[in-house]
Each structure stands twice: as structure tokens, then as C-alpha cells.
Write a new protein. Structure first.
Length: 295
């Protein structure tokens, strides 16, 4: 756990040294409001860390998974207020590599840090500072995980869509992604964990909803949990429905605008067997210059 946090801090320090200062003219409150729109034409490097407690009928004791996400957001503005977006999500996970089942539940045999699967939604959207914005395209998951227990071991693809509404004080919307498994990763079926993953009928949905209330001095009250639904799972194991509350603040680090966020999330519905119970989310967005211009 301590090593994961040290690695995250080191990554942030390296990013600070590599990113040029923001050259835009916008003030902190304007940037804070615009960044709340996931289709905004602001370039930024997002680092997110999730500390998640796992609970369920099959879980013995306290189990946690730590996930660090790196997401470069580099939209390209198009004619007529449209924008092209590609939002790769590179994951780094500290979690179990295997479990041992006992009469009272499972316990982790060993926890390790390793890269997880990579997510890539791409598409085109229509962006407005106020009123409605929307986007649509395709989303992919690549089986890049080197943790055989936590990786999906399948290439996945499906549709994605974004819809949101904003005014001076509020941004409310959703980002929906759906994936089907389309091919396995080619690893040997000699390992029973990989063999089971190859046979799984992957068919799942992720819907992130976000509500942001803009406050004076570039502060925000916000929530942005992910609702997930596994269509191929058994009844009682399909839905995860979290609620959350958090804060955000746009600050300057030297000449660079930086968005700091913290959010607590609690699943009011989760799979009976094994599911996410609570998550503490910490996020930092480093705002950088968009060479193609902005809205």
C-alpha cells in the first residue's frame, strides 16, 4: 500500500517537470467550470487514485484494491463547434494475484502491483459552454493487464455516448460505455484462471454520472461515481450502484492551473458474492496548452 502511494507521488512529480505552463487567458473560475465538461477542449493530464474496499458473502476479513488511472485528455476542435475526443485510460492496480477459498470466505494469497487493462473511448461531440453538449463514438478495452487474476483476457468493443447540460452554476450529465468481448488475448489455456476468462461471455455496461456545483473562488461540490451492470452475471451479481460526495478546487502551481479533487463513494447496491463497497477517490488534473486552440 505504501509503495503504491510512493509510486503515485513520484509519477506526479515527474509529470510536473514534463508539462509546460498553461498559456491561456482564462481565469481559475472559468477553467474550473469548463473542465467540469468532459467534452471541453481543454488539454489536461489526469491522475486518479481509487482506494476501494471489497465486501460480499464470499469475502473474509478486510480486502482493498488500489487503482491508479492515468488519462491524457487531448481533444481536437473541429469546424462548427464540434470536437474529436480520444480518452485513453491506463490503469495500474495493486490487488490480489490469486485467492484461497475457505469455508468462511476467500482470503488473498498475495497482493502485487501491476498494469491493468487499457480503456479507449473515441468519438465526436458537439460542445457548448452552456446548454446541451453531446458526444458519441466507440469504446475499446485492450487486455494489457499482467495480473492474470484481475485481467479480462479479452479484447472488448462497443458504443459510447455522452450527454450533459451546463449553466453558470451547474454541470449535470452522464458518460455511458458498453462492451462485448470480441476475441481472447491469445494466452495459453493451461492456466485455469485464463481458461475461465477466455470462456466468459463478456457483456457489461459502465455509466458514469456527474453532478458539479460551481462555487466562488474556483471551488466545486461534485459527485462522479460509475454505475456498472454485468449482463452475463447471475441475478444479484449484476448491478453496482454507488453514490458519492466530493469537493474540487482549481489552483495554480507556478504558472500551471491544476484541478484538485477528492470524493467519497458508497455502493448502495452491489453484487452479493463480491463487490465494491466504498471508494476514496483522489484526482489531480494538470491543465496544459491546447495547440489547436480552444472554445
Amino acid at each position: 500500500m505504501k509503495r503504491v502511494w510512493k509510486q503515485g507521488v513520484l509519477t506526479l512529480l515527474l509529470a510536473l517537470g514534463a508539462v509546460p505552463a498553461q498559456a491561456g487567458e482564462k481565469n481559475m473560475e472559468e477553467l474550473s467550470k469548463e473542465l467540469a465538461n468532459p467534452l471541453a477542449q481543454i488539454w489536461n493530464l489526469s491522475f486518479q487514485h481509487n482506494h476501494t474496499r471489497i465486501k460480499g458473502d464470499a469475502v473474509k476479513g478486510h480486502h482493498y484494491v488500489d487503482t491508479t488511472l492515468f488519462q491524457p485528455v487531448l481533444p481536437i476542435p473541429l469546424e462548427g463547434g464540434y470536437t474529436f475526443f480520444a480518452r485513453p485510460v491506463i490503469t495500474y492496480i495493486h490487488g490480489p494475484t490469486s485467492v484461497e477459498y475457505t469455508p468462511s470466505g476467500f482470503v488473498s494469497r498475495e497482493d502485487k502491483s501491476s498494469f491493468g487493462d487499457t480503456i479507449l473511448p473515441v468519438g465526436i461531440g458537439k460542445v457548448n459552454n452552456t446548454g446541451w453538449s453531446w458526444g458519441a463514438g466507440a469504446t475499446f478495452i485492450f487486455p494489457t493487464s499482467n495480473n492474470d487474476f484481475l485481467g479480462s483476457h479479452q479484447y472488448q468493443a462497443g458504443p459510447t455516448a455522452l450527454l450533459l447540460w451546463a449553466n453558470e452554476k451547474w454541470t449535470v450529465g452522464t458518460h455511458i460505455q458498453h462492451w462485448w468481448g470480441i476475441a481472447d488475448d491469445g494466452k495459453s489455456d493451461d492456466d485455469p484462471i485464463i481458461k475461465a476468462a477466455h470462456k466468459k461471455n463478456i457483456n457489461h455496461t459502465d455509466m458514469q454520472y456527474f453532478i458539479v456545483r460551481n462555487l466562488p473562488d474556483a471551488w466545486q461540490i461534485r459527485t462522479s461515481p460509475h454505475i456498472t451492470y454485468d449482463w452475463s452475471a447471475k441475478a444479484g451479481e449484476r448491478l453496482t450502484l454507488p453514490i458519492g460526495i466530493g469537493i474540487g478546487k482549481m489552483v495554480k502551481l507556478g504558472k500551471m492551473p491544476v484541478m484538485l479533487m477528492m470524493e467519497y463513494q458508497k455502493s448502495i447496491v452491489k453484487p452479493d458474492h463480491v463487490g465494491n463497497d466504498t471508494t476514496l477517490m483522489l484526482q489531480v488534473n494538470f491543465i496544459i496548452k491546447n495547440p489547436f486552440g480552444s472554445m
